[in-house]
Design a protein around this ligand. Structure first.
Ligand SMILES: [Zn+2]
Ligand SMILES: [Zn+2]
Length: 358
């Protein structure tokens, strides 16, 4: 085991204002301690939350900000108290890198709900320094917030599971929606939506994609393997689907009324809200009350056990090419630029596609 004692100066890609444009930024990593792991970043996924953050959509951004919270890296050094990881291991880091360790959520391994949790970036670490994310050369992370990537899984496969993947998997597990044969729908086909289709299909569900236009039909049915495709403005088709779904995973990150979708749920169906939206939700309460639905907003990702399970399960999910691009690639600027300027109407996967095609 190596010893960690000195601050390192590294370069990351930071937003410096709400334009969200990233540029090289030099900073020091916090002084690592005995429980810390120093990793070289191999790749980092791009999540819609990164876009919200770099553009200050939620009014909580601090600059300069290095985004990225689907980080896969190689362990270069470990602290003296680190026993479970070794130099050369490939590990993942998600959205949370610190917590109080003393509250009820922390003691039940649900540190994502700790009131003092520390986000991977746009937050302040216990030493008073800003946290910076995975669009960087390297990171120092406490061992509690690191997961080992299974052998045989590529970094590009693993990265999107660390946020988008576990974001989808966690509520399905939480609400007991794991058995095969369930009927689900994915509303919105961005990065989380892609992951939702893949994970739900891997669980043996019958999966419909609901979108506002016909543009993603081929992508949904032929590339992702969805069973059905609905355009939300097609009233007849929507009516056909009424009262038929066990759950809807709503990933749409912009304002949209919920009533048209609530009526598609069966009795006790679950509407799982995942899109981060900075405007109030819209629905008429009797629609919810009479339908006996549960509405649910997922705050953050799941705990480490679920991430580890998903990583092992993920080999079968075939996540490659979803929402990931290599940080070191010279096309990162192009990818980020497309993301920020939204020249593409859909996010992560198309960006990853650009990445592959460029
Ligand atoms: Zn994310
Ligand atoms: Zn806590």
């Amino acid at each position: 085991m190596g010893s960690l004692a000195t601050e390192r100066t590294i370069v990351g890609w930071a937003a410096t204002d709400p334009s969200g444009i990233l540029s090289p930024y030099t900073y020091t990593l916090r002084n690592p301690g005995p429980e810390d792991i120093f990793i070289k970043v191999l790749c980092c996924g791009i999540c819609h939350t990164d876009i919200h953050q770099v553009k200050n959509d939620l009014g909580m951004s601090h600059y300069p900000m290095v985004p990225g919270h689907e980080v896969v890296g190689e362990v270069l050094e470990v602290g003296s108290a680190v026993a479970s990881y070794q130099v050369g291991d490939v590990v993942g880091v998600g959205a949370v890198v610190g917590c109080c360790r003393d509250c009820r959520p922390c003691k039940s391994d649900n540190e994502q709900y700790c009131n003092k949790k520390i986000w991977s970036y746009n937050d302040v670490y216990t030493d008073g320094k800003p946290t910076q994310g995975g669009f960087a050369e390297s990171m120092v992370v406490n061992q509690k917030f690191v997961v080992k990537i299974p052998d045989g899984m590529s970094p590009e496969q693993a990265a999107p599971l660390l946020c988008a993947g576990v974001t989808v998997y966690s509520p399905l597990k939480h609400f007991g929606l794991k058995q095969s044969g369930l009927r689900g729908a994915i509303l919105g086909l961005g990065g989380v939506g892609h992951m939702g289709v893949k994970i739900a299909k891997a669980m043996g569900h019958h999966v419909a994609v609901i979108s506002s236009s016909d543009k993603k039909r081929e992508e949904a049915l032929e590339h992702l393997g969805a069973d059905e495709y609905l355009v939300s403005s097609d009233a007849a088709k929507m009516q056909e689907f009424a009262d038929s779904l066990d759950y809807i995973i709503d990933t749409v990150p912009v304002f949209h009324p919920l009533e048209p979708y609530l009526s598609l749920l069966k009795l006790d169906g679950k509407l799982i809200l995942m899109g981060v939206i900075n405007t109030p939700l819209q629905f008429v309460t009797p629609v919810v009350m009479l339908g006996e639905y549960f509405s649910f907003i997922l705050l953050a990702k799941s705990h480490k056990d679920q991430i580890l399970f998903l990583l092992s399960f993920g080999v079968h999910v075939n996540t490659c090419a979803v929402s990931t691009c290599s940080f070191c690639s010279p096309i990162i600027n192009h990818v980020i630029d497309c993301f920020i300027t939204r020249r593409k109407t859909t996010l992560p996967l198309n960006l990853a596609t650009i990445c592959v095609e460029s």
